[in-house]
Design a protein around this ligand. Sequence first.
Ligand code: UDP
Ligand code: MG
Length: 304
Amino acid sequence: MITIVCPCYNEGDVIETFVSRLIGALGSELSDFELVCINDGSTDNTLPKLLALKEGPLPLRIIDLSRRFGKEAALAAGLDHANGEAVIVIDADLQDPPELIPKLVATWREGNKVVVARRSDRSADTLMKRQLARAFYRLHNLISKPGIPLDVGDFRLLDREVVDVLCKLPERQRFMKGLFSWIGFEYAVVDYVREKRASGRTKFSWWRLWNLGLEGITSFSTAPLRVWTYVGFLISTVAFIYGGYIVVRTLAYGVDAPGYASLLTTVLFLGGVQLISLGVIGEYIGRIYMESKGRPIYVVRREL
Ligand code: UDP
Ligand code: MG
């Protein structure tokens, strides 16, 4: 059996279309699949619609979380509750076409432990989003090992063995795309064209995306912490050389009182640099603090 894991937050507009397209895509192999939907604290009619869909031909389990925990936590819940020999992670909004699933499964049956779906065409996303995503993954891959392949999202198939490794990872703040890479295993790639969201709007505001990006960087790299040592060395060296120059100049030409502008600029600049570095340290300390509390990643209200 294969489990399809689908996180849902306010997807009432699209969930029925999603399930019927899924059923169509699976065709005669339907009995090999189960669908696990995680209701991530939706405030619309997602839950009643999911309950109604339980009557349909596709076996459906609903993991109802006690509030909105975010997509990463919802995915963790889905992986924890999946029973299949393989797990497919898919979005509810039809941006990940269910028609690709038979191909993912076929590639898995050829012996690949991980099959990732790659967006060969992302023109459905705005230019700005594409550019920013590119820049983010470039930066991420520059400072963290292992890197995350470009143009792949969460849409993928994972073998049971891989899912077990993922579920055993103890961290609570989960940047799934990073964890998928971190655990290793060879992966096969299947290309697809990313469509527009079928209905409703994106659940990721710019602010949420920014925070997800911070999570991605801080979860997998300490470069932002360490870079300040080098910045400090650089600034100290420049300051030292400049200090020597001032001493020599004062000895040769005497004291020269003006310098208000350069002094203020230097003080303000260094103040800014120090605050930035403190902020970066704060990001990490905040994350240590959150991890140290040991709260669960998500809370299940009930399983339906
Ligand atoms: N999602 C979720 N919890 C959240 C945000 C999103 O479960 O807090 C789900 C959402 O219902 C969808 C998937 O994650 O199935 C991807 O979200 P979305 O399509 O809004 O993201 P985008 O495609 O715009 O990156
Ligand atoms: Mg989407």
